[in-house]
Structures are given as C-alpha cells and as structure tokens.
Design a protein around this ligand. Structure first.
Ligand SMILES: [Zn+2]
Length: 267
C-alpha cells in the first residue's frame, strides 16, 4: 500500500509542473518559527551558521539591473545554513547535519538548546552530499556523531561523483550498515517521503513529512528565486534540471498547501 501511495505521489508530482507565472511569497507557506507543531509532530529549525549569512547577487550569474531593483536587496540576499529536526512518536528525525564542528557549525549546540543529544537521533535523512549538509555527520576526529542513527541517502547521490568525495566516502564508511539507500518515491521510516529534486546535485532530494516539505538546496536566495526561479546559484550542478525541479517542487508545495523549509532560507 505504501509503495502504491508513494508511486501515486511521484506521478502527481511529475504532472503538475507546467505553471511558470511569477509567484509571490503569499502563494506559499514557509516555516516562520524556530519550533512549530503539525498534526503528529513538531519541527525545529536548527540554524547551523553563527551570525548572519548573505548570498551576493554575483552568485547567481548575470542578474539584470531590473531584477536587482525588483528584489531590492542591495546588501545581498539573507539566507542561512540550516538543518531541521522533527520529533514524532518519541523518535527524533534529523534532516541534514550542517557544516560540522570543524567548520564552525552550531548544530550540536542548537540540539543541546532543545534538550536533544546526538545519541537521541534515531534517523538522519540526507538531501545531498555537499559539505554544508554532511559535514556534521562526523566529529573533527572523524568519528560518528549520531551513534544510534540509521542514515538515509539517495542512491543516485551515492553513485554520483559526489558519493566518491573524501568526506562522503568517510561518512559512508563510518556509518557502515547504518547507511540505507533510497529511491525517489520511497516512503522512509516515520512516513517520510523522498521526492526527486535533482539538478542542484545528481541525487538532490526533497523530503515530505505530512504537511511539511524540507526542500534542501532547492533555493539559495528566497527573494530572488521565488520570483525568478530561472536564476541558479553557481552551486547548482545541472542548471537546466535545477530550474525544472525548482518550478516543479514549488508548484507541488503550493498545490498541496505544504509548509516549506529549506536549508538556505533566511532564518
Ligand atoms: Zn547547501
């Protein structure tokens, strides 16, 4: 039954994606609190970067003066480096792990602030293998941080070049048989649905849990890319696919009235 539901969800997702009209923030719901309760769970926004974080327009290629004016953020676009925690059925679900302590990541402090230890984490779901998402999986000494967690990674991501980088190989090695590989459309533990959002990376994944949509690196500058989804950050590996995914997932979120939270949305 789960399999069938997940297949239906994927097919629906693939269809409803042709709308390209300009969107405004009011068309969508965004997570707007550090902690928010949904039907069967609570989500916590864990800001991993210390201080403020802004992305400059230059990151998005040739942004026209007209667009810059329309976005009206001359100092750069507010963003963050974030991870998310869900508490449900006495389980802790972590989505991405931030930069890691070595690079100044604040994730563990943020967890501590809400009374959660790394050992408490039951599941980790990884959107993709960039350093600001998997950096927190290992300690500065290269040991497992989430010693009791089962870790879910996309097969496409794992089999891509990103799965062969030093940091990814170390993580996969250290977590060993606690690593589980998923396909798009799979329903993972605690009813977390893995959705195809490739483009940013070869296996870039968006996760849905109930009415919450955790969008990974679908957007790096909310104010620019919501209105102009055709603009890609330099980090987007396959820009054509990234634009397609951005439009498709935004449409999916709007149609299903989902609350969006992303790893680089302004905190
Ligand atoms: Zn990122």
């Amino acid at each position: 039954m789960r399999k069938i539901l997940s297949i239906i969800a994927s097919v629906l997702l693939l269809c409803g994606c042709q709308n390209t009209q300009t969107q405004t923030k009011n068309d969508y719901k965004f997570l707007d609190a550090k902690e928010k309760s949904f039907e069967n769970f609570t989500v916590y926004w864990l800001k991993d970067n210390a201080g403020d974080h802004k992305f400059p327009f230059e990151l998005f290629g040739n942004v026209s003066d007209e667009v810059k004016k329309a976005v009206n953020m001359p100092e750069g676009m507010p963003s963050s480096i974030s991870a998310y925690l869900i508490k449900t059925n006495n389980k802790y679900l972590l989505f991405d792990s931030g930069l890691g302590q070595k690079a100044g990541g604040q994730l563990l402090t943020q967890l501590q602030n809400i009374g959660v230890t790394p050992e408490n984490i039951d599941y980790v779901y990884i959107t993709h293998f960039h350093g600001d998402h998997i950096g927190g999986m290992l300690t500065p000494e290269g040991e497992k941080v989430f010693t009791n967690a089962d870790v879910y990674v996309g097969r496409l991501e794992k089999e891509s070049d990103l799965g062969k980088t030093e940091s990814a190989v170390k993580m996969l090695e250290k977590y060993g048989d606690k690593i589980h590989t998923f396909e798009f459309g799979d329903v993972l533990p605690e009813d977390v649905l893995a959705l195809d959002a490739v483009g940013h990376t070869p296996g870039h994944t968006v996760f849905r849990k109930g009415d919450l949509l955790i969008t990974g690196d679908l957007m790096h500058a909310l104010d620019l890319q919501l209105k102009y989804p055709e603009y890609c950050a330099n980090f987007d590996g396959d820009k054509e696919k990234a634009v397609k995914s951005r439009k498709k997932i935004l449409e999916y979120a709007k149609d299903n009235k989902l609350t969006i939270c992303g790893m680089h949305l302004p905190y």
